[in-house]
Structures are given as C-alpha cells and as structure tokens.
Write a protein that binds this ligand. Structure first.
Ligand code: PLP
Length: 359
C-alpha cells in the first residue's frame, strides 16, 4: 500500500511466465494489436499512435518531450510536486526554456496561474503538467488545463502515471495531446513499460520536425516502424515480450471490470480508508475536492516516530506504506490503494495495523 509499484495479481504474474516468442512472430504481432486497442480503451482515445514504450514511466515522459520539443521552444511547466520538477529537467535537456508555474505541494495546479503564464509568454508552444501527483496525492483539473493550452495554440503534455485506471481520464474528450503513463500503479502490472498516446495534432508536430529527435530509442517515428499499423513491421528493438504479455493481461482485467467500475472501486475504498483514519483521530493532508483515491496523504500526528511506525507495519503486518517526499517528508504518510490493491480487505488491514503501531 505504498505509492507504487502496486501488488501484481497472480493472473498477470502467470502471463509473465508464458513462453518467450519472437518479437516479429505473427502471434506476437497480433498481441501487439490487441494491446493497442486495450490501451486506447484505457486512455479513452481513438489516437492511432497509442503504444507502450519499452521502459518505465520516466521514458514515456521523455518520449513526449523529445518528440514534441525542439531547441529554442518555450514550454510552460507546472510544478506542484516531484514530477513537475522532472518535467523541467526534460524541457531543459531538449534545449528549450521552461517557464515554471509553481503551486504549493498538496495543492492542485492553478489554472489562473497557467493562464497568466500564457499571457506573459504568448510564444509558448507547449503546456506540461501532472494529472495525479504521486508525491502529494493531488488531482489537477486536466480538462481545464488542456483547454487552456488549446486556447493559446499550444499542445499539452500530461503525466497520467498514477491516474490511468484509477480515476477518470478522457484523453480525447479533454483534448490532451501527448499523454504518458506507467504500468506499475493502477494497472497493477509489473513496472517497466510506459503506455503513451499522441493526438493527431501531436503527430502533425512530430511529422513536421526539421531536426532529428535527440533520442534514437524514443524517436516515435522509428518506434512506429515496429508498432505501426502497417502489415510489414520492421525490427526497431527487441520488445520486452514477457512484460508485454503481462500488460496485455492487466489491460484485459481492466476491460473486464470496466473503467467506470474500477474508478468506483477506487473511490469506495478511499472513502472507507478516510472514514477509518478520521475515526482514529488522524487527518488527511489534502482537501477533499482534489484528493486522489489511489494515493492518500495522511498527516503524521505530532510526537509520532514516522520511520518507526512504517517499520512496525512492515515487520509485524507485512504492510508497506509510503513516506512523505520533499517538503512533506516526516510530516505525512502516503497510503496507496492502487489497482488490484484497492480492496476493502487492505483498507481494514491498514487501519488495524496503524491502530496497533500508533497505540
Ligand atoms: N510520473 C509520476 C506521477 C510518477 O508517480 C512516476 C513514478 O512514480 C513517474 C512519473 C516515473 O515513473 P517511473 O518510476 O516508472 O519511471
């Protein structure tokens, strides 16, 4: 019950153990097509450029930046936790300028500040922000932020590593342009893949580039030679075959449950956890209006030994919860209820274990 990776169900672990076949085997190519369709469902998009990058969430992040940005671009980057800072690093390493929009850790991205940044920097080509900040347990209004980018003729890059499968995410309806995620949070798959999706406007920008993408491995035009829809696919890199079996299985499980049912389950278990924590006298650190159900930020009461409590949970109850990060370190815990681990049983276990550790 930490901030990810979440527990991986046996069905997904079983898929990992299937025989490894070739990355151009017709059976495997069929599985790749299924994965694309299942990812389009998870992202709620018809974008044809929807694929898993063969590396973790940070590589999906980097794929979005290196393909969409060119040296000299101006990018508005929102930082309300750890991952906005990682976006800034990406922008600068692309030779672009990052205009930072800062919000307190624990607060959502302010649309008013983003509007002011666009007014001050009409040359900005791109807006980048995190939908679900794992470091703080905060949800930002992705529909509103994508609309702001569109109104200013800019494209949006959206981090959905922690949101995909856990809370509503409507890539097409919200008009998000380059969206990346991870497999290890609410999809409950093993870590190591990063689903990405690019809108037609993002693909048009990629196709009109005058400079080569700085990363050979993450150049989406090259990746599409392997993942593209054409009948003839060419080797680009050796795909992580067994990890893709696992992703396929976890996406099947999501579709079987249904996105809305998955969101409702995450919400229900979150409400039960919050009710139990508050009944124990603990306080949530994020306002109810923008809490993430899959990542719960709890204030550590004064005088309580942060590391000691987490150690007791781990050694006596075999239960991991996350420490606070950055400015929130030592002041908060992060309790994950992600994907397969978002269950009533885990809520009860966590509450009773905390009851013992805090007694
Ligand atoms: N973005 C967010 C919001 C995350 O929570 C994480 C990882 O926790 C990442 C990006 C980076 O993903 P990875 O650790 O898989 O590279």
């Amino acid at each position: 019950m930490g901030p990810g990776p979440s527990d991986v169900p046996d069905r997904v672990l079983g898929a990992l153990a299937r025989p490894t076949i070739g990355h151009l085997d017709p059976l495997f190519v069929g599985l790749m097509d299924d994965i694309k369709t299942l990812l389009q469902y998870a992202f709620q998009t018809t974008n044809s450029l929807t694929v898993p990058v063969s590396a973790p969430g940070s590589a999906g992040m980097e794929a979005c930046f290196v393909n969409l940005l060119s040296p000299g671009d101006t990018v508005i980057v929102c930082r309300n936790g750890v991952f906005g800072g990682r976006m800034q690093e990406n922008v600068e390493r692309c030779g672009a300028t990052a205009i930072m929009v800062e919000d307190e850790w624990g607060e959502p991205v302010s649309a008013a500040k983003v509007a002011a940044a666009f007014a001050a920097h009409p040359e900005a080509t791109t807006l980048a922000f995190v939908h679900a900040e794992t470091s703080t347990g905060v949800r930002s209004d992705t529909a509103a932020l994508c609309a702001l980018a569109r109104d200013h003729g800019a494209l949006s890059i959206v981090d959905t590593v922690t949101s995909l499968g856990g809370i509503e995410l409507q890539v097409d309806a919200w008009g998000a342009d380059a969206v990346y995620s991870g497999t290890q949070k609410c999809l409950s798959c093993v870590p190591g893949l990063s689903p990405v999706t690019f809108s037609p406007a993002a693909v048009a920008r990629i196709n009109s580039r005058t400079q080569k993408v700085q990363s050979w491995f993450l150049d989406m035009q090259l990746v599409m030679g392997y993942w593209g829809g054409e009948s003839k696919r060419a080797y680009h890199h050796t795909a992580p075959i067994n990890t893709l079996y696992a992703l396929h299985e976890s996406l099947l499980m999501l579709r079987e449950e249904g996105l809305e049912a998955s969101h409702a389950r995450h919400h229900r278990n979150h409400l039960a956890l919050v009710a139990g924590l508050e009944a124990m006298g603990l306080e949530m650190a994020v306002a109810a209006s923008h809490r993430l159900p899959q990542l719960n930020l709890v204030r550590i009461p004064p005088g309580i030994d942060d590391a000691g409590v987490r150690q007791t949970l781990l050694t006596e109850f075999n239960l991991e919860i996350g420490a606070g990060l950055g400015a929130l370190a030592g002041k908060t815990w992060r309790i994950g209820l992600m994907g397969h681990a978002s269950t009533a049983t885990n809520v009860t276990l966590c509450l009773s274990a905390l009851g013992v550790a805090l007694a």
